[in-house]
Design a binder for this molecule. Structure first.
Ligand SMILES: Nc1ncnc2c1ncn2[C@@H]1O[C@H](COP(=O)(O)OP(=O)(O)OP(=O)(O)O)[C@@H](O)[C@H]1O
Ligand SMILES: O=C(CO)[C@H](O)[C@H](O)COP(=O)(O)O
Length: 403
C-alpha cells in the first residue's frame, strides 16, 4: 500500500518536481506538496529544491488481454512520434517500461499487488482486481499527469516477483497499457484518450499459439488450459472496459471465406466514439453515410479472397459511433496509398503518411491487414489529439496571464 503524505505549502502554487535526500519524489501542485512512495513513512524534514513549472502530461490508456497485440500497437504508436522506444537506461533489465523522446509507456502489470506465488496461494488470476493495487495506480498516474516523478513498482515477468521500483519522470505523453487502464473510475477519469483492443477468441487463440508455442516453448495443451482458466475473469473484469473506450479495434475472423477458422485473414473494425473532444472520427468517402467498397480493381492488386471496406454510423454500448471496417489483406503495401486517398480525417501531416508509416514498419505483425492500418491511424489521431490539447492549454495559460 502506498504512503501518500500531503504537506500544505502556503507560498507556492506552481507545478514542479522535487527530490529529497530519501530518494523519494515530491511535487508542488495547487499549494500542496505531495509525497508518493511505495513503502515506509517519509521523514518530513526533507530539504528540496524546486524547478520551473512544467507542461502537464497527456495520458493515454490502452486496454487488452495478454497476447492481444498491445506491444505491437505501442511500437507503432511510439514510431509515429519518432525516436526509438527503449527501457530506462541503466535500470532493471526486466523493466516493462519503454521510453522515447515524447512518450513513456508503462505496463500496468507493474501494479500487481500479488506476485506469482501470492496469486497461486490466494487462488486468483492477474486479471482479478484483488491482485492489483488500484490506489497506487491512481496516485501515481495522477502524480505523473501533474508533472511529478514517481517511484513505480516493477512486476518482473521473468521471476514472477515484485522488483524494487524504478523512477518514472513525467513525459509529454504517458501511455498506460495493460489489463485494467479503464477498470477503476479514478484512473479512467485521468485518461485523455482510451483505446481497447478487442480480439475475438478464435483470433486470440491463433496469436497466442503462434507466440507461446514458437517463441516461449509452451505446449498446445498448456496454452489451451491457460486461456480457459483466464476466461471467466477476462469476461468479468477486462472485456467490460471496452464500453468506456474512445476507440475500439475489433479483430474478427474474415467473412470473405465462408467457415474460415484459420485466423489468417481478418475482419477488423475501428469503432470510434462520436463527441470526444479533439477526436474527429475517420470516414470513408462521405461522413455519416453508410458505404460498402471493394477497392480491388485497376489501382489495388487483390488475390483471393479480396478486400472489402465498410463505413457507417452505429451505436456501441449506447454511444453514437462511426465504424470503419476492413476485411481481407493487402497484396502490395505500396498500393495502400489508393485506400488512404479515399479516407478523410486521418490526421496526417502530408499526403501518404499512413502508407509511409505502414511501409516503414512492414515487418510488424498485421502490416498487411486492418490491424496495422487502424493502429497506424489511431497513432496519428493520438498525435493530433496531443497537439490540440497542448495548443488549448497554451492558449488557456496565455489567457490567464493576460487576466
Ligand atoms: N496484428 C497482428 N496480426 C497477427 N499477429 C499479431 C498481431 N498483433 C500481435 N500479433 C501476435 O500476437 C502475439 C502477441 O502480441 P504482443 O506481444 O504485441 O501482445 P501483448 O498484448 O503485448 O502481449 P503480452 O501482454 O502478453 O505481452 C505476438 O506473437 C504477435 O506476433
Ligand atoms: O495477464 C498478464 C498481463 O500481461 C500476465 O499473465 C500477468 O501479468 C502475470 O504475468 P506472469 O504470467 O508473467 O506471472
Amino acid at each position: 500500500m502506498a504512503v501518500c503524505t500531503v504537506y500544505t505549502v502556503q507560498t507556492l502554487n506552481s507545478t514542479c518536481s522535487i527530490s529529497n535526500p530519501n530518494k523519494t519524489h515530491l511535487g508542488f501542485h495547487q499549494k500542496q506538496v505531495v509525497l508518493y512512495r511505495t513503502s515506509k513513512k517519509i521523514k518530513k524534514q526533507s530539504t528540496f529544491t524546486c524547478s520551473a513549472a512544467k507542461e502537464k502530461t497527456v495520458v493515454i490508456g490502452l486496454a487488452a488481454d495478454s497476447g492481444c497485440g498491445k506491444s505491437t500497437f505501442m511500437r507503432r504508436l511510439t514510431n509515429v512520434f519518432g525516436g526509438a522506444a527503449e527501457p530506462p537506461k541503466g535500470g532493471n533489465p526486466d523493466s516493462n517500461t519503454l521510453i522515447s523522446d515524447m512518450t513513456t509507456v508503462i505496463c500496468l502489470d507493474d501494479y500487481h499487488s500479488l506476485d506469482r506465488t501470492g496469486r497461486k496461494k490466494e487462488g486468483v488470476t492477474a486479471l482479478d482486481p484483488k491482485a492489483n493495487n488500484f490506489d497506487l495506480m491512481y496516485e501515481q498516474v495522477k502524480a505523473i499527469k501533474e508533472g511529478i516523478a514517481v517511484d513505480k513498482p516493477i512486476y518482473n515477468h521473468v521471476s514472477g516477483l515484485l522488483d524494487p521500483p524504478e523512477l518514472i519522470k513525467p513525459p509529454k505523453i504517458l501511455v498506460i497499457e495493460g489489463l485494467h487502464p479503464m477498470y477503476d473510475q479514478r484512473v479512467r477519469d485521468l485518461l485523455d484518450f482510451s483505446i481497447y483492443l478487442d480480439i475475438s477468441d478464435d483470433v486470440k487463440f491463433a496469436w497466442k499459439i503462434q507466440r507461446d508455442m514458437a517463441e516461449r516453448g509452451h505446449s498446445l495443451e498448456s496454452i489451451k488450459a491457460s486461456i480457459r482458466a483466464r476466461k471467466p475473469d477476462f469476461d468479468a473484469y477486462i472485456d467490460p472496459q471496452k464500453q468506456y473506450a474512445d476507440a475500439v479495434i475489433e479483430v474478427l475472423p474474415t467473412q470473405l471465406i465462408p467457415g474460415d477458422n484459420e485466423g489468417k485473414v481478418l475482419r477488423v473494425r475501428l469503432i470510434m466514439k462520436e463527441g470526444v473532444k479533439y477526436f474527429n472520427p475517420v470516414y470513408l468517402f462521405d461522413e455519416g453515410s453508410s458505404i460498402s467498397w471493394i477497392p480491388c480493381g485497376r489501382k489495388l492488386t487483390c488475390s483471393y479472397p479480396g478486400i472489402k471496406f465498410s463505413y457507417g454510423p452505429d451505436t456501441y454500448f449506447g454511444h453514437e459511433v462511426s465504424v470503419l471496417e476492413m476485411d481481407g489483406q493487402f497484396d502490395r503495401l505500396d498500393e495502400l496509398i489508393y485506400v488512404e486517398s479515399h479516407l478523410s480525417n486521418i490526421s496526417t501531416k502530408f499526403y501518404g503518411e499512413v502508407t509511409q508509416q505502414m511501409l516503414k514498419l512492414s515487418d510488424f505483425p498485421g502490416s498487411n491487414n486492418g490491424t496495422g492500418l487502424f493502429q497506424t491511424i489511431v497513432g496519428l489521431k493520438i498525435r493530433d489529439l496531443y497537439e490540440q490539447l497542448i495548443a488549448a492549454k497554451a492558449a488557456a495559460s496565455l489567457q490567464a496571464t493576460k487576466a
